[in-house]
Design a protein around this ligand. Structure first.
Ligand SMILES: C[S@@+](CC[C@H](N)C(=O)[O-])C[C@H]1O[C@@H](n2cnc3c(N)ncnc32)[C@H](O)[C@@H]1O
Length: 379
């Protein structure tokens, strides 16, 4: 399936990744060029570069990545001839139908081949995909692509109306996948195609609930069991980094430094106060000796005592919570209020949790998946 070489060669199908929303495919044909709004990329520039390379346009204004095709990238880049299945549904269906290396799968209709490419890779050379398409032009285009992508040994494509004439295999398939406007018309044929010596499964992909109801009736009528319905929705999550928690050692050092600063300040205030007392006492003695009256300076002693009281260091019985809050403000800066208290968090040296709230935006559903099992009738 596609090139397995490290470097791009002429004739390779490559995926051109322009942006997250703009992915295209091209067959490398030297002598031609790929054009984008940011400049031209001559195919000759791609020959010999390793897959995954970033390539600048000739004008130097833009760049693209040249990727090796995978079924996932092909689903994003393929030319749409019909509605297609995307990865979320493909992954769920593959898993529910137990499609794995060696499985034999029946699929209708082929459409643009998005689902077909994925399951062809999953079943591999030991399995097989029988794919059916009644639209002639779509069938021949899909056959061309399967040949070019190297999967025509794994996929047998048949041009036929499966609702009218059924499938080309009997008692063979491990699972059946129907992406048709009227899957209920093909249910009985699907039963014929499924093997009867082990449990097998079917999945029908329908956009409307009315189609689901008719399909469920048809499944019941021919003896399928465990009928369920699922809908695959994508849910995006916004992942952002929380600020790192502060190390407990840093906080302890900060507290010690604050205590040292307070003690220094207190000692300076006591020393200043003593010095003023000393001056006043000296003046009083001088006045007494001179027989005069003390002319107290109201702004000197009393206010200073008051000031010393209001700015006195916190006594030992200061509540621990106040200290913690002060530390929080000083050490944690503008961390969100929900951040755990550093003093309480014994695991603070671990990386902080990364919040990932779901974005309240759900992509509209593409289709309902009606699933059922067929129990074995032979051993
Ligand atoms: C929605 S597309 C399938 C898309 C495909 N699952 C994919 O991922 O690319 C449905 C296809 O079924 C084909 N189709 C519809 N009725 C059919 C029938 N009775 N027999 C065979 N093919 C049929 C249509 O021509 C169309 O190409």
């Amino acid at each position: 399936m596609w090139s397995t070489q490290r470097k791009v060669a002429p004739g390779d199908l490559v995926i051109v990744w322009l942006t997250r929303d703009l992915v295209q495919s091209l067959v490398v044909t030297p002598g031609t060029a790929f054009n984008s709004r940011y400049g031209d990329y001559p195919h000759s520039d791609l020959v010999g570069i390793p897959y995954g390379s970033k390539v600048a346009s000739r004008t130097g204004k833009g760049f693209v990545h040249i990727l090796r095709p995978t079924p996932e990238l092909w689903t994003l880049a393929l030319p749409h001839r019909t509605q297609i299945l995307y990865l979320a549904d493909i992954a769920f269906i593959t898993s529910w139908l137990y499609i794995r290396p060696g499985s034999v799968v029946v699929e209708a209709g082929t459409g643009s081949g998005s689902f077909t490419h994925s399951i062809a890779r999953t079943v591999g050379a030991t399995g097989h995909v029988f794919s059916y398409e009644f639209h002639e032009a779509r069938a021949s285009k899909a056959a061309e692509e399967f040949a070019r992508h190297g999967i025509s040994d794994i996929v047998t494509l048949t041009h036929r109306n499966v609702c009218k004439t059924g499938f080309t295999v009997t008692d063979t398939a491990d699972s059946v996948f129907l992406d048709l406007p009227a899957p209920w018309e093909a249910i009985e044929h699907a039963k014929t195609a499924l093997r009867k010596d082990r449990l097998t499964r079917i999945c029908c992909f329908s956009p409307c609930i009315e189609q689901v109801l008719r399909t469920v009736s048809a499944l019941n009528d021919v003896g399928f069991t465990d009928i369920t319905m699922y809908e695959t929705l994508l849910r995006r999550h916004e992942v952002s980094h929380a600020p790192r928690l502060v190390q407990i050692g840093t906080v302890a050092e900060k507290i010690k430094q604050q205590e040292r600063n307070r003690e220094d300040k207190r000692e300076r205030q006591i020393a200043a106060s003593r010095a003023r007392h000393h001056i006043l006492e000296k003046r009083e003695r001088e006045d007494d000796n001179a027989g005069g009256v003390i002319d107290r300076d109201p702004d000197c002693h009393e206010p200073e005592v008051k000031k010393a009281k209001t700015s006195a260091p916190r006594e030992d019985d200061t509540p621990a919570l106040d200290v913690a809050m002060e530390i929080d403000e000083e050490v944690l800066g503008d961390q969100p209020p929900a951040a755990p208290k550093v003093a309480d968090n014994a695991m603070s040296s671990l990386p902080s949790p990364t919040p990932a709230p779901a974005i309240q935006e759900v992509r509209g559903h593409t289709s309902f998946l009606t699933l059922a099992c067929l129990l074995p009738t032979t051993t």
